[in-house]
Ligand binder design. Structure first.
Ligand SMILES: NS(=O)(=O)c1ccc(C(=O)O)c(S(=O)(=O)NCCc2ccccc2)c1
Ligand SMILES: [Zn+2]
Length: 262
């Protein structure tokens, strides 16, 4: 699986360190200026094909909670869209705020969302392991989906119910038969795509970002359970709520954001 051993928390040096990776000219996240995005008629429909049986565990890595998938075979894959190769799903996670007013990493014309889902995939045509792909410029593809507060998301509830079991950093529980496709919006043909980076260390410029135009809805109470997680491990004397686990926005530096729609 692709889970990082990078322990990240609000106190992580990265959050005090350089806000832009030294020498980085394709860093993420960014603000998506809709009117500056360029329609690309050659962008194909995205074809995710996920097998819920590859879902294996959920863990709190001290930065977010990751739902991990067995990526040792091509069972849960992503093709199409801006991608030339076949990509394998390795994990999904979220970023959120302490209030519903902010929390997403990307913004659309400066509009913030309360949370953002990231589904992380690696290029299994060119590389044999996630750890290899994460260092290469065409190594990763991450689907971003904005969350809005509204009606309860029935598919998400199975995940929300298990979060108390991974309240502390480094806690892990078995989590199986979860179909990540249930978290995608009904329309996945309309998206923006651009060349960027991981938004957590090592901030490598390996990511083809695919940001969905259509958001999904979750209830206020469901998002409140995200905020009940902790950055800190059970042993630490001071417990810190896992909130505001997003990176500051980075400059576009001449990049073009393409859209699959007019
Ligand atoms: N916001 S994001 O999509 O850029 C992202 C956030 C967190 C992580 C993570 O692993 O914690 C990841 S990850 O699963 O790609 N891991 C990156 C760190 C890593 C590097 C090398 C080997 C293992 C993990 C990505
Ligand atoms: Zn992320």
């Amino acid at each position: 699986a692709c889970s990082s051993k990078y322990v990240l928390s609000a106190l992580h040096p990265m959050w005090q360190g350089p806000l832009v990776a030294p020498g980085g000219n394709r860093q993420s996240p960014i603000d998506i200026r809709v009117r500056k995005s360029v329609f690309d008629p050659h962008l194909k429909p995205l074809t995710p094909d996920y097998d819920p049986r590859t879902c294996s565990q959920i863990w709190n890595n001290g930065y977010s909670f990751l739902v991990e998938y067995d990526d040792t075979t091509d069972k849960s894959t992503l093709k199409g869209g801006p991608l030339e190769d076949n990509f394998r799903l390795c994990q999904f996670h979220f970023h959120w705020g302490e209030s519903n007013a902010w929390g997403s990493e990307h913004t659309v014309d400066r509009r913030l969302f309360p949370a953002e889902l990231h589904m992380v995939h690696w290029n299994s045509d060119k590389y044999s392991r996630f750890e290899e792909a994460v260092m290469e410029e065409n190594g990763l593809a991450v689907i971003g989906v904005f969350l809005k507060i509204g009606k309860r998301h029935e598919g998400l509830q199975k995940l929300v119910d298990v979060l108390p079991a991974v309240r502390h950093k480094d806690s892990v529980v078995e989590f199986t038969r979860f179909d990540p496709a249930c978290l995608l919006p009904s329309n996945i043909d309309d998206y923006w795509t651009y060349a960027g980076s991981l938004t957590t260390p090592p901030l490598t410029e390996a990511v083809t970002w695919i940001i969905m135009k259509q958001h999904i809805e979750v209830s206020h109470d469901q998002l409140a359970v995200f905020r009940s997680l902790l950055f800190t491990s059970a042993e630490e004397e001071v417990q810190k709520s896992m909130v505001n686990n997003f990176r500051v926005q980075q400059s576009l530096q001449g990049r073009t954001v393409r859209s699959s729609f007019t």
